[in-house]
Design a protein around this ligand. Structure first.
Ligand code: BES
Ligand code: MN
Ligand code: ZN
Length: 500
């Protein structure tokens, strides 16, 4: 989708376009009709009246484009009160409504209502998020089932300022989220540890992310580092595990970085503790945490953030096999701590144990956040409305709450403490990777396990199992299934706390 910002005085309209005219409750009709012809005002007003478009949100009417202009139609749509206007949702809603309209250009008129250039950039963000599709493997889609829109043009009184906001922030945010969605959508026969690592490696040579450095560690290197927890998970798969490190050095030279660490289980069968078949296909998305990290790193590099940020993703496939690890196996993590693997399906924490320890040892970060589709229990707890946050630092937890409020990706904090920590003790090793079922609190005990691998680093764990993919929701910005959750949140967290 091509995004541009234009001044309202477009003479004669745009070729093969539909122009969106908002109607706010209690305001006069959008003056944008003037760009089309004098009669448009009357026709738009008549149509709005006939169609009861009186400002109530979601009430729409379409009018033929005025004769003599290139605009095919005007889409007159109710937007509620101007004071509570959410430009991002508006951009998303009209884009979703008109994506398959047959028109190639969507002109969204935000001019004439004292809306800001930021509103315009946010409308464009909503539009790009709403236009997201994953059609690459659908070979039989007929033309009417494919999006016709190719260009989004936002008409605003100060287009240059809007363009700047788009280029410097909202554009990179939209791209990062859609990159994360693409990765989560991709099936496990296409996206597996080595193909995924190769895809990340490309960020080094893409113009948007110029300056990013990517390092890939293979199994031999991880073995040398002693990453027995991560390697044990990938042991049953013919596909080699990978640890990928993305470096963005936009901050002061030598200043300690922040680390973003992602769970990248490209497919989670459960291993020998095999999952039931129904719904198992969703586990192609069990790399959603890593996708959020990759998406955030894209955004951070694309907007040339003045911060030192390291992204680390542990990429493994969890398979049952003659070579797979067994329940009861004891593995030694890079930290030296031993883990009894009582359930091979609690694999995410094993991957993160080594990835977090590596991040801590190698980069001495001033803060560290991991994202993971870690537990089904977090869905029982928070459903698909919030990700769960666990932190050893009240500051980081507060920063994340604020970043969530500023980025539309909601989080909710849950506790950590000694009593929960004790539950992961094992009589056979330093700890075990599950707790007895009667203990409950499955998401918290998983977080306690992770905390044993972060030392004193200010850290938070975000369990996104309920957010990385979802049943279809009413939010027009979200496609069916993969949401890209976390990329935007992490970018906001970095932007608000670690730049300038
Ligand atoms: N990837 C799953 C968690 C998950 C479940 C993500 C549903 C998204 C939707 C994780 O690896 C897992 O299997 N967790 C187990 C842990 C249990 C064995 C302690 C779970 O949640 O059942
Ligand atoms: Mn699992
Ligand atoms: Zn998993």
């Amino acid at each position: 989708m091509k995004v541009s910002f234009i001044s309202p005085e477009i003479k004669g309209g745009q070729v093969k376009s539909v122009a969106v005219l908002p109607v706010f409750k209690g305001e006069k009709i959008s003056p944008a009709y003037k760009a089309y012809d004098k009669l448009a005002k009357k026709r738009v007003s008549m149509a709005a009246k006939a169609g009861q478009v009186d400002g109530r949100s979601g009430k729409n009417v379409q009018v033929f484009g005025p004769e003599g202009t290139k605009t095919n139609r005007l889409y007159v749509t109710g937007c509620g009160k101007l004071s509570g206007f959410d430009a991002e949702i508006f951009g998303a809603r009209v884009t979703k409504a008109l994506l398959m309209s047959g028109e190639t250009t969507l002109v969204i008129h935000l001019d004439g209502f004292d809306l800001t250039p930021t509103d315009a950039a946010q409308a464009a963000l909503g539009a790009v998020l709403a236009s997201y599709r994953f059609d690459k493997y659908r070979t039989k889609l007929t033309a009417d089932k494919k999006p016709s829109l190719k260009n989004i043009k936002i008409a605003i009184d100060n287009p240059a300022k809007a363009r700047k906001a788009w280029n410097m922030f909202y554009g990179p945010v939209s791209a990062g989220t859609n990159i994360a969605r693409d990765l989560v959508m991709e099936p496990a026969n296409k996206l597996y540890p080595t193909s995924y690592a190769a895809r990340i490696k490309k960020m080094e040579t893409q113009t948007e992310t110029a300056g990013m450095k990517v390092q890939i560690l293979g199994e031999a290197q991880m073995k040398k580092l002693g990453m027995g927890a991560l390697l044990g998970v990938g042991q049953g798969s013919p596909r080699a595990s990978q640890l990928v490190i993305m470096k963005w050095s936009g901050g002061k030279k030598g200043a300690k970085p922040v680390c973003l660490v992602g769970k990248g289980v490209t497919f989670d069968t459960g291993g020998i503790s095999l999952k039931p078949g129904a719904g198992m296909w969703d586990m192609k998305g069990d790399m959603g945490g890593s996708a959020a990290v990759v998406g955030a790193m894209h955004t951070i590099a694309a907007r040339k953030a003045k911060a030192n940020v390291i992204g680390i993703v542990g990429l493994v496939e969890n398979m049952p096999d003659g070579k797979a690890q067994n329940p009861g196996d004891i593995v030694t993590s890079m930290s030296g701590q031993t883990i009894e693997v009582q359930n091979t399906d609690a694999e995410g924490r094993l991957v993160l144990a080594d990835a977090l320890w590596y991040a801590k040892e190698k980069f001495k970060p001033k803060a560290m956040i991991d994202l993971a589709t870690l537990t089904g229990a977090i869905i029982v707890c928070l459903g698909h409305e919030h990700a769960g946050v666990f932190s050893n630092s009240d500051d980081i937890a507060e920063q994340l709450q604020a970043a969530a409020d500023n980025s539309t990706e909601a989080v909710w904090r849950l506790p950590l403490n000694k009593a929960y920590d004790k539950l992961v003790d094992s009589p056979n090793a330093d700890m075990k990777n599950i707790t007895v079922p009667s203990a409950g609190a499955g998401s918290i005990t998983a977080a306690q396990f992770l905390q044993r691998f972060v030392g004193d680093v200010p850290w938070a764990h975000i369990d996104i199992a309920g957010m990385a993919w979802k049943p279809s929701r009413p939010d027009p910005r979200e496609p069916a299934w993969a949401t890209g959750f976390g990329a935007r949140l992490m970018n906001r967290w970095v932007a608000d706390n670690y730049e300038g």
